[in-house]
Design a protein around this ligand. Structure first.
Ligand SMILES: [Zn+2]
Length: 98
């Protein structure tokens, strides 16, 4: 029998190491890594904030608390009177403050 095309199975990376693009595979996910590329802090066990994003399937991108503080600070300067972009996920509110 001819051994024609041998398909190479897609490789799956370990979930906790950044890919070749420097991005964590769980970036922006709840209990994953902060969605800010310069940060990508692990979120599990911490307070987590989400930003609505209609471009992603579940509509939420998650950030750590220090990043949330920065976004909120900028929102108050750039978009006074408008709704803040980051919202605390109440299911993570018992997590240790940083
Ligand atoms: Zn962060």
């Amino acid at each position: 029998m001819a051994n024609k095309l041998k398909k190479i199975a897609p490789r799956f990376r370990a979930p906790k190491s950044p890919g070749r693009d420097g991005l964590m595979p769980d970036k922006g996910k709840k209990d994953g890594s902060c969605n800010r590329t310069a940060c990508q802090r692990p979120l599990r066990g911490k307070r987590q904030y989400y930003m609505r994003d209609y471009m992603v399937q579940d509509g939420r991108l998650y950030y750590c608390e220090p990043c949330e503080r920065e976004f909120t600070r900028w929102d108050r300067i750039d978009r006074p009177g408008e709704e803040l972009r980051c919202t605390l996920d109440p299911t993570t509110a018992d997590g240790a403050a940083q």
